[in-house]
Design a protein around this ligand. Structure first.
Ligand code: DLL
Length: 452
Protein backbone atom coordinates (compact mmCIF):
# COMPACT_ATOMS: atom_id res chain seq x y z
CA UNK A 1 0.00 0.00 0.00
CA UNK A 2 1.28 3.50 -0.85
CA UNK A 3 0.38 6.79 0.82
CA UNK A 4 -0.64 10.07 -0.81
CA UNK A 5 3.00 10.95 -1.51
CA UNK A 6 3.62 7.59 -3.20
CA UNK A 7 5.68 6.22 -0.31
CA UNK A 8 5.26 2.50 0.21
CA UNK A 9 3.78 1.74 3.61
CA UNK A 10 4.73 -1.29 5.68
CA UNK A 11 2.24 -3.09 7.88
CA UNK A 12 0.11 -0.90 10.15
CA UNK A 13 1.35 -0.76 13.76
CA UNK A 14 -0.82 -0.42 16.84
CA UNK A 15 0.02 0.15 20.47
CA UNK A 16 -3.30 -0.92 22.00
CA UNK A 17 -5.18 -2.65 19.17
CA UNK A 18 -7.84 -4.07 21.51
CA UNK A 19 -8.91 -0.56 22.36
CA UNK A 20 -8.09 1.24 19.15
CA UNK A 21 -10.16 -1.20 17.11
CA UNK A 22 -12.85 -1.94 19.63
CA UNK A 23 -16.35 -2.66 18.45
CA UNK A 24 -18.32 0.61 18.73
CA UNK A 25 -21.02 -0.93 20.88
CA UNK A 26 -18.45 -2.22 23.34
CA UNK A 27 -16.65 1.10 23.34
CA UNK A 28 -19.85 2.99 24.10
CA UNK A 29 -20.66 0.60 26.94
CA UNK A 30 -17.17 1.23 28.33
CA UNK A 31 -17.66 4.99 27.95
CA UNK A 32 -20.93 4.87 29.86
CA UNK A 33 -19.43 2.97 32.80
CA UNK A 34 -16.51 5.39 32.91
CA UNK A 35 -18.76 8.43 32.54
CA UNK A 36 -20.88 7.29 35.48
CA UNK A 37 -17.82 6.74 37.60
CA UNK A 38 -16.33 10.14 36.61
CA UNK A 39 -19.56 11.95 37.41
CA UNK A 40 -19.75 10.29 40.81
CA UNK A 41 -16.08 11.05 41.47
CA UNK A 42 -16.58 14.73 40.55
CA UNK A 43 -19.74 15.02 42.64
CA UNK A 44 -18.21 13.42 45.69
CA UNK A 45 -14.74 14.97 45.58
CA UNK A 46 -14.97 18.42 43.97
CA UNK A 47 -17.25 21.03 45.60
CA UNK A 48 -17.37 23.04 42.34
CA UNK A 49 -19.06 20.14 40.57
CA UNK A 50 -21.34 19.31 43.47
CA UNK A 51 -22.60 22.91 43.39
CA UNK A 52 -22.98 22.92 39.60
CA UNK A 53 -24.92 19.63 39.68
CA UNK A 54 -27.11 20.76 42.57
CA UNK A 55 -27.92 24.00 40.76
CA UNK A 56 -29.18 21.96 37.82
CA UNK A 57 -30.96 19.51 40.09
CA UNK A 58 -28.91 16.57 38.82
CA UNK A 59 -27.55 13.62 40.77
CA UNK A 60 -24.86 11.25 39.46
CA UNK A 61 -27.46 8.47 39.42
CA UNK A 62 -29.40 10.44 36.77
CA UNK A 63 -26.73 9.57 34.21
CA UNK A 64 -28.02 6.32 32.77
CA UNK A 65 -27.04 6.73 29.11
CA UNK A 66 -24.40 8.59 27.09
CA UNK A 67 -27.15 10.94 25.92
CA UNK A 68 -27.53 12.10 29.53
CA UNK A 69 -24.22 13.93 29.10
CA UNK A 70 -26.33 16.73 27.61
CA UNK A 71 -27.89 17.36 31.01
CA UNK A 72 -24.55 18.05 32.67
CA UNK A 73 -23.05 21.50 33.27
CA UNK A 74 -20.17 22.88 31.20
CA UNK A 75 -16.74 23.75 32.54
CA UNK A 76 -15.01 26.88 31.25
CA UNK A 77 -11.40 27.99 31.26
CA UNK A 78 -12.48 30.75 33.64
CA UNK A 79 -13.69 28.09 36.09
CA UNK A 80 -10.17 26.64 36.13
CA UNK A 81 -8.70 30.09 36.63
CA UNK A 82 -11.11 30.83 39.46
CA UNK A 83 -10.15 27.52 41.05
CA UNK A 84 -6.47 28.51 41.10
CA UNK A 85 -4.46 26.72 42.20
CA UNK A 86 -6.03 23.45 43.38
CA UNK A 87 -9.78 23.88 43.89
CA UNK A 88 -10.69 21.64 40.97
CA UNK A 89 -8.48 18.78 42.20
CA UNK A 90 -10.23 15.65 43.41
CA UNK A 91 -7.51 15.14 46.03
CA UNK A 92 -5.60 17.55 48.28
CA UNK A 93 -2.29 18.43 46.69
CA UNK A 94 -0.35 16.82 49.56
CA UNK A 95 -2.15 13.51 49.04
CA UNK A 96 0.40 10.86 48.05
CA UNK A 97 -1.65 10.03 44.98
CA UNK A 98 -0.92 13.44 43.41
CA UNK A 99 2.32 12.87 41.55
CA UNK A 100 2.78 15.80 39.23
CA UNK A 101 1.52 19.28 38.39
CA UNK A 102 1.43 21.03 35.04
CA UNK A 103 0.17 24.54 34.40
CA UNK A 104 -0.61 26.83 31.50
CA UNK A 105 1.46 29.98 31.12
CA UNK A 106 -1.14 32.27 32.65
CA UNK A 107 -0.13 35.30 30.60
CA UNK A 108 -3.75 36.46 30.38
CA UNK A 109 -4.95 35.62 33.90
CA UNK A 110 -4.37 33.03 36.59
CA UNK A 111 -2.58 29.94 35.32
CA UNK A 112 -4.70 26.82 34.97
CA UNK A 113 -3.19 24.07 37.08
CA UNK A 114 -3.73 20.38 36.45
CA UNK A 115 -2.73 17.47 38.71
CA UNK A 116 -1.86 13.91 37.70
CA UNK A 117 -1.87 10.66 39.62
CA UNK A 118 0.44 7.84 38.57
CA UNK A 119 -2.47 6.27 36.68
CA UNK A 120 -3.23 9.60 34.95
CA UNK A 121 0.39 9.78 33.79
CA UNK A 122 0.30 6.19 32.53
CA UNK A 123 -2.92 6.76 30.60
CA UNK A 124 -1.43 9.90 29.12
CA UNK A 125 1.68 7.99 28.07
CA UNK A 126 -0.49 5.30 26.46
CA UNK A 127 -2.26 7.81 24.26
CA UNK A 128 1.03 9.30 23.10
CA UNK A 129 2.46 5.82 22.55
CA UNK A 130 -0.45 5.13 20.19
CA UNK A 131 0.79 8.02 18.05
CA UNK A 132 4.33 6.66 18.06
CA UNK A 133 2.91 3.44 16.59
CA UNK A 134 0.72 5.39 14.17
CA UNK A 135 3.80 6.97 12.61
CA UNK A 136 5.56 3.60 12.37
CA UNK A 137 7.46 3.52 15.68
CA UNK A 138 7.82 0.70 18.19
CA UNK A 139 9.99 -0.35 21.12
CA UNK A 140 13.08 -0.29 18.88
CA UNK A 141 12.61 3.35 17.93
CA UNK A 142 14.77 6.25 19.03
CA UNK A 143 12.46 9.14 19.90
CA UNK A 144 13.82 12.67 19.97
CA UNK A 145 11.60 14.83 22.16
CA UNK A 146 12.06 18.46 21.14
CA UNK A 147 8.91 19.87 22.69
CA UNK A 148 9.77 22.03 25.68
CA UNK A 149 10.05 20.14 28.98
CA UNK A 150 8.57 21.82 32.03
CA UNK A 151 5.12 23.03 32.94
CA UNK A 152 4.16 22.86 29.23
CA UNK A 153 2.77 19.38 28.62
CA UNK A 154 4.53 18.80 25.27
CA UNK A 155 7.92 17.56 26.48
CA UNK A 156 6.89 15.35 29.38
CA UNK A 157 3.80 14.08 27.52
CA UNK A 158 5.92 12.83 24.64
CA UNK A 159 8.45 11.49 27.14
CA UNK A 160 5.76 9.40 28.89
CA UNK A 161 4.72 8.10 25.48
CA UNK A 162 8.27 6.94 24.88
CA UNK A 163 8.33 5.23 28.29
CA UNK A 164 5.05 3.39 27.72
CA UNK A 165 6.22 2.30 24.26
CA UNK A 166 9.55 1.24 25.76
CA UNK A 167 11.26 3.20 23.01
CA UNK A 168 14.63 4.88 23.57
CA UNK A 169 14.13 8.52 24.48
CA UNK A 170 16.40 11.43 23.63
CA UNK A 171 15.04 14.18 25.92
CA UNK A 172 16.35 17.25 24.07
CA UNK A 173 13.63 19.76 25.02
CA UNK A 174 13.57 22.78 22.69
CA UNK A 175 16.45 25.08 21.79
CA UNK A 176 20.07 24.68 20.76
CA UNK A 177 18.95 23.73 17.29
CA UNK A 178 22.31 22.87 15.72
CA UNK A 179 22.94 20.39 18.51
CA UNK A 180 19.48 18.91 17.90
CA UNK A 181 20.42 18.34 14.27
CA UNK A 182 23.83 16.91 15.06
CA UNK A 183 22.41 14.36 17.50
CA UNK A 184 19.52 13.50 15.23
CA UNK A 185 22.07 12.53 12.62
CA UNK A 186 24.79 10.97 14.79
CA UNK A 187 22.42 8.91 16.96
CA UNK A 188 20.19 7.77 14.09
CA UNK A 189 16.95 9.22 15.47
CA UNK A 190 13.82 7.52 14.07
CA UNK A 191 11.05 9.82 15.26
CA UNK A 192 10.99 13.51 16.13
CA UNK A 193 8.36 15.02 18.40
CA UNK A 194 8.06 18.84 18.38
CA UNK A 195 5.85 21.67 17.14
CA UNK A 196 5.56 21.98 13.35
CA UNK A 197 7.31 25.39 13.47
CA UNK A 198 10.22 23.85 15.30
CA UNK A 199 10.35 20.85 12.95
CA UNK A 200 10.68 23.27 10.05
CA UNK A 201 13.42 25.21 11.82
CA UNK A 202 15.27 21.97 12.61
CA UNK A 203 14.97 20.93 8.94
CA UNK A 204 16.19 24.32 7.67
CA UNK A 205 19.05 24.32 10.17
CA UNK A 206 20.11 20.83 9.05
CA UNK A 207 20.15 21.98 5.44
CA UNK A 208 22.12 25.11 6.39
CA UNK A 209 24.64 22.89 8.17
CA UNK A 210 25.23 21.18 4.85
CA UNK A 211 23.19 18.03 5.52
CA UNK A 212 20.52 16.48 3.37
CA UNK A 213 18.35 14.88 6.06
CA UNK A 214 15.84 13.51 3.57
CA UNK A 215 18.58 11.35 2.03
CA UNK A 216 21.15 10.91 4.74
CA UNK A 217 19.33 10.77 8.09
CA UNK A 218 17.62 7.69 9.45
CA UNK A 219 14.57 9.61 10.69
CA UNK A 220 11.25 8.48 9.19
CA UNK A 221 8.48 10.07 11.25
CA UNK A 222 7.54 13.24 13.10
CA UNK A 223 4.76 13.86 15.61
CA UNK A 224 3.93 17.53 15.31
CA UNK A 225 1.19 19.29 17.20
CA UNK A 226 0.38 22.03 19.71
CA UNK A 227 -0.34 24.59 16.97
CA UNK A 228 -2.01 24.72 13.55
CA UNK A 229 0.01 23.49 10.58
CA UNK A 230 -1.24 23.82 7.01
CA UNK A 231 -0.94 20.96 4.54
CA UNK A 232 1.63 23.05 2.66
CA UNK A 233 3.81 23.43 5.72
CA UNK A 234 3.41 19.74 6.53
CA UNK A 235 4.58 18.79 3.00
CA UNK A 236 7.53 21.15 3.36
CA UNK A 237 8.65 19.47 6.61
CA UNK A 238 8.08 16.03 5.10
CA UNK A 239 10.15 16.83 2.01
CA UNK A 240 13.00 18.51 3.87
CA UNK A 241 13.37 15.87 6.60
CA UNK A 242 12.25 12.86 4.55
CA UNK A 243 9.60 11.93 7.11
CA UNK A 244 5.90 11.37 7.49
CA UNK A 245 4.39 14.06 9.73
CA UNK A 246 1.35 13.17 11.83
CA UNK A 247 -0.68 15.70 13.77
CA UNK A 248 -1.25 15.37 17.50
CA UNK A 249 -3.74 17.43 19.47
CA UNK A 250 -4.27 18.06 23.12
CA UNK A 251 -4.51 20.75 25.74
CA UNK A 252 -3.05 21.00 29.18
CA UNK A 253 -6.42 21.35 30.92
CA UNK A 254 -7.66 18.06 29.48
CA UNK A 255 -4.39 16.09 29.69
CA UNK A 256 -1.73 17.28 27.23
CA UNK A 257 -0.76 15.85 23.82
CA UNK A 258 -2.59 12.66 22.83
CA UNK A 259 -6.25 13.61 23.29
CA UNK A 260 -6.43 12.87 19.56
CA UNK A 261 -3.84 11.93 17.00
CA UNK A 262 -3.55 11.23 13.34
CA UNK A 263 -2.51 7.91 11.87
CA UNK A 264 -0.26 7.71 8.81
CA UNK A 265 -3.28 8.04 6.53
CA UNK A 266 -3.33 11.70 7.58
CA UNK A 267 -7.07 12.10 7.34
CA UNK A 268 -8.14 13.47 10.69
CA UNK A 269 -7.21 12.71 14.28
CA UNK A 270 -8.47 9.59 16.07
CA UNK A 271 -9.86 10.69 19.42
CA UNK A 272 -8.82 8.62 22.45
CA UNK A 273 -12.48 7.86 23.09
CA UNK A 274 -11.70 5.36 25.82
CA UNK A 275 -10.39 8.33 27.85
CA UNK A 276 -12.51 11.23 26.54
CA UNK A 277 -15.94 11.93 25.15
CA UNK A 278 -15.83 14.58 22.47
CA UNK A 279 -18.74 16.84 21.65
CA UNK A 280 -18.96 19.41 18.87
CA UNK A 281 -21.19 22.29 19.92
CA UNK A 282 -22.82 25.18 18.19
CA UNK A 283 -21.02 28.07 19.94
CA UNK A 284 -24.23 30.10 20.14
CA UNK A 285 -26.81 27.54 21.24
CA UNK A 286 -24.31 25.13 22.91
CA UNK A 287 -26.29 22.29 21.37
CA UNK A 288 -24.43 19.50 19.53
CA UNK A 289 -24.15 20.09 15.77
CA UNK A 290 -24.89 17.32 13.24
CA UNK A 291 -21.95 15.03 12.37
CA UNK A 292 -19.64 16.66 9.83
CA UNK A 293 -20.44 20.25 10.85
CA UNK A 294 -17.93 22.54 12.49
CA UNK A 295 -18.36 23.77 16.03
CA UNK A 296 -16.59 24.25 19.35
CA UNK A 297 -14.96 21.11 20.73
CA UNK A 298 -15.81 20.06 24.29
CA UNK A 299 -14.33 17.14 26.21
CA UNK A 300 -15.42 15.10 29.17
CA UNK A 301 -12.64 13.06 30.73
CA UNK A 302 -13.46 9.41 31.46
CA UNK A 303 -10.44 8.13 33.37
CA UNK A 304 -8.75 11.13 34.94
CA UNK A 305 -8.38 10.79 38.68
CA UNK A 306 -6.84 14.03 39.95
CA UNK A 307 -8.28 16.62 37.54
CA UNK A 308 -11.41 15.20 35.92
CA UNK A 309 -13.39 17.61 33.74
CA UNK A 310 -16.97 17.59 32.62
CA UNK A 311 -17.88 19.12 29.28
CA UNK A 312 -14.81 21.33 29.13
CA UNK A 313 -15.26 23.95 26.41
CA UNK A 314 -11.94 24.18 24.60
CA UNK A 315 -12.69 27.10 22.24
CA UNK A 316 -11.08 25.04 19.46
CA UNK A 317 -13.04 24.66 16.25
CA UNK A 318 -13.29 21.29 14.55
CA UNK A 319 -15.81 18.70 13.37
CA UNK A 320 -16.31 14.97 13.46
CA UNK A 321 -15.26 13.29 10.22
CA UNK A 322 -17.74 10.64 9.16
CA UNK A 323 -16.73 7.24 7.79
CA UNK A 324 -14.15 4.57 8.55
CA UNK A 325 -10.38 4.99 8.36
CA UNK A 326 -8.18 2.69 6.28
CA UNK A 327 -6.03 1.97 9.36
CA UNK A 328 -8.81 -0.13 10.90
CA UNK A 329 -9.11 1.95 14.04
CA UNK A 330 -12.69 2.44 15.14
CA UNK A 331 -11.93 5.52 17.26
CA UNK A 332 -13.75 8.39 15.57
CA UNK A 333 -11.75 11.11 13.89
CA UNK A 334 -11.89 14.84 14.41
CA UNK A 335 -10.76 17.22 11.69
CA UNK A 336 -7.57 19.18 12.15
CA UNK A 337 -8.16 22.29 14.26
CA UNK A 338 -9.42 25.17 12.15
CA UNK A 339 -8.67 27.82 14.74
CA UNK A 340 -9.84 28.97 18.13
CA UNK A 341 -12.92 31.05 18.79
CA UNK A 342 -10.69 33.52 20.62
CA UNK A 343 -8.07 33.64 17.81
CA UNK A 344 -10.56 34.66 15.20
CA UNK A 345 -9.79 38.02 13.67
CA UNK A 346 -12.64 40.22 12.56
CA UNK A 347 -11.20 42.57 10.02
CA UNK A 348 -13.65 45.06 8.58
CA UNK A 349 -16.51 42.74 9.33
CA UNK A 350 -14.93 39.60 7.86
CA UNK A 351 -14.08 36.68 10.16
CA UNK A 352 -10.81 34.94 9.51
CA UNK A 353 -8.53 32.54 11.39
CA UNK A 354 -4.76 33.05 11.09
CA UNK A 355 -4.35 29.42 10.01
CA UNK A 356 -6.45 30.10 6.89
CA UNK A 357 -3.66 32.30 5.57
CA UNK A 358 -1.28 29.35 5.72
CA UNK A 359 -3.52 27.34 3.45
CA UNK A 360 -3.68 30.09 0.80
CA UNK A 361 0.08 30.71 0.92
CA UNK A 362 0.73 27.03 0.28
CA UNK A 363 -0.27 27.49 -3.37
CA UNK A 364 2.60 29.95 -4.05
CA UNK A 365 5.91 28.29 -4.81
CA UNK A 366 7.78 31.60 -4.40
CA UNK A 367 7.08 31.80 -0.65
CA UNK A 368 7.81 29.63 2.38
CA UNK A 369 5.70 28.66 5.41
CA UNK A 370 7.17 31.50 7.48
CA UNK A 371 4.58 34.23 7.80
CA UNK A 372 3.26 36.72 10.32
CA UNK A 373 0.13 38.84 10.50
CA UNK A 374 0.56 42.40 11.77
CA UNK A 375 -2.52 44.29 12.91
CA UNK A 376 -2.48 48.07 13.09
CA UNK A 377 -5.16 50.69 13.34
CA UNK A 378 -5.63 53.71 11.16
CA UNK A 379 -8.25 55.91 12.76
CA UNK A 380 -11.26 53.75 13.53
CA UNK A 381 -10.27 51.14 10.95
CA UNK A 382 -8.14 48.08 11.47
CA UNK A 383 -5.49 47.19 8.95
CA UNK A 384 -3.91 43.84 8.39
CA UNK A 385 -0.51 43.30 6.85
CA UNK A 386 0.66 39.83 5.96
CA UNK A 387 4.41 39.43 6.00
CA UNK A 388 5.61 36.38 4.18
CA UNK A 389 9.11 35.15 3.46
CA UNK A 390 10.26 34.17 0.01
CA UNK A 391 12.23 31.08 -0.90
CA UNK A 392 16.01 31.65 -0.81
CA UNK A 393 16.49 31.91 -4.60
CA UNK A 394 13.80 34.56 -5.12
CA UNK A 395 15.27 37.57 -6.91
CA UNK A 396 14.87 40.55 -4.59
CA UNK A 397 16.54 42.95 -6.99
CA UNK A 398 13.59 43.02 -9.31
CA UNK A 399 11.01 45.35 -7.77
CA UNK A 400 8.52 44.45 -10.48
CA UNK A 401 8.66 40.77 -9.52
CA UNK A 402 8.13 41.57 -5.85
CA UNK A 403 5.16 43.81 -6.56
CA UNK A 404 3.64 41.26 -8.88
CA UNK A 405 3.93 38.50 -6.27
CA UNK A 406 2.42 40.72 -3.57
CA UNK A 407 -0.48 41.58 -5.86
CA UNK A 408 -1.13 37.94 -6.73
CA UNK A 409 -1.12 36.78 -3.10
CA UNK A 410 -3.37 39.64 -2.09
CA UNK A 411 -5.85 38.81 -4.90
CA UNK A 412 -5.86 35.15 -3.90
CA UNK A 413 -6.57 36.06 -0.26
CA UNK A 414 -9.40 38.32 -1.32
CA UNK A 415 -11.01 35.68 -3.48
CA UNK A 416 -10.51 32.82 -0.99
CA UNK A 417 -11.11 34.52 2.33
CA UNK A 418 -12.85 37.76 1.30
CA UNK A 419 -10.34 39.78 3.30
CA UNK A 420 -8.48 42.82 2.16
CA UNK A 421 -4.86 42.42 3.21
CA UNK A 422 -1.72 44.30 2.41
CA UNK A 423 0.89 41.69 1.51
CA UNK A 424 4.55 42.35 2.11
CA UNK A 425 7.02 39.77 0.88
CA UNK A 426 10.19 39.87 2.91
CA UNK A 427 13.63 38.36 2.55
CA UNK A 428 14.46 34.90 3.85
CA UNK A 429 15.09 34.71 7.60
CA UNK A 430 13.53 38.07 8.41
CA UNK A 431 10.60 36.60 10.35
CA UNK A 432 11.38 35.38 13.86
CA UNK A 433 11.89 31.63 14.20
CA UNK A 434 10.16 29.59 16.88
CA UNK A 435 11.43 26.72 19.00
CA UNK A 436 7.91 26.11 20.32
CA UNK A 437 4.61 27.53 19.20
CA UNK A 438 5.02 30.21 16.52
CA UNK A 439 3.71 33.71 17.18
CA UNK A 440 1.65 34.33 14.06
CA UNK A 441 -0.21 37.50 15.00
CA UNK A 442 1.36 40.76 16.18
CA UNK A 443 -1.34 43.08 17.42
CA UNK A 444 -0.22 46.71 17.30
CA UNK A 445 -3.71 48.19 17.30
CA UNK A 446 -4.43 51.10 19.66
CA UNK A 447 -7.59 49.40 20.82
CA UNK A 448 -6.20 45.88 20.93
CA UNK A 449 -8.79 43.33 20.04
CA UNK A 450 -11.46 46.02 19.88
CA UNK A 451 -12.95 44.42 16.83
CA UNK A 452 -12.04 40.86 17.71
O1 DLL B 1 -0.33 22.53 23.27
C1 DLL B 1 -0.54 20.36 24.32
C2 DLL B 1 0.20 19.75 23.21
C3 DLL B 1 1.56 19.59 23.29
C4 DLL B 1 -0.48 19.29 22.08
C5 DLL B 1 2.25 18.97 22.26
C6 DLL B 1 0.19 18.66 21.07
C7 DLL B 1 1.57 18.51 21.16
P1 DLL B 1 -1.63 23.91 25.56
O2 DLL B 1 -0.34 24.64 25.63
O3 DLL B 1 -2.53 23.92 26.74
O4 DLL B 1 -1.38 22.39 25.29
O5 DLL B 1 -2.39 24.47 24.31
C8 DLL B 1 -3.60 23.91 23.89
O6 DLL B 1 -3.11 24.49 21.58
O7 DLL B 1 -6.48 24.35 22.73
C9 DLL B 1 -5.25 24.33 20.62
O8 DLL B 1 -5.75 25.64 20.44
C10 DLL B 1 -3.76 24.31 20.33
N1 DLL B 1 -3.38 23.03 19.76
C11 DLL B 1 -2.92 21.93 20.39
N2 DLL B 1 -2.67 20.95 19.50
C12 DLL B 1 -3.01 21.43 18.27
C13 DLL B 1 -2.97 20.90 16.96
C14 DLL B 1 -0.72 21.87 24.20
N3 DLL B 1 -2.55 19.68 16.69
C15 DLL B 1 -4.08 24.59 22.63
N4 DLL B 1 -3.41 21.69 15.96
C16 DLL B 1 -5.32 23.92 22.07
C17 DLL B 1 -3.84 22.96 16.19
C18 DLL B 1 -3.46 22.76 18.44
N5 DLL B 1 -3.87 23.52 17.40
Amino acid sequence: MADSTGRVLGPEKYFQPDIEMMDRGELEALQLVRLQSTVTHCYESIPFYRRAFDEKGIKPSDVTSLADLQKLPFTLKQDLRDAYPFDLFAYPVDDARVQRLHASSGTTGNATVVGYTQKDIENWGDTFARTIAMVGGDEHSLLQVSYGYGLFTGGLGAHEGGIRMRATILPMSSGNTRRQVQMMRDFGVDILACTPSYALLIADTAIEMGFNPAEDFKISGAICGAEPCSEGMRREIEAKLGVKVVDIYGLSEVMGPGVSCECRHQNGLHVAEDHFIMEILDPNTLQPVPEGEYGEVAFTTLTKECSPLIRYRTRDISRILPGACACGRTLRRMDRIQGRTDDMLIIRGVNVFPSQFQEVLASFSEVTSYYQIVLTSKGPLDRMTLKVETVPDFDFDEIRKIEDLQRRISAELRSNLQVSVEVKVVEPKSIERSEGKARRVIDNRDNKGGER
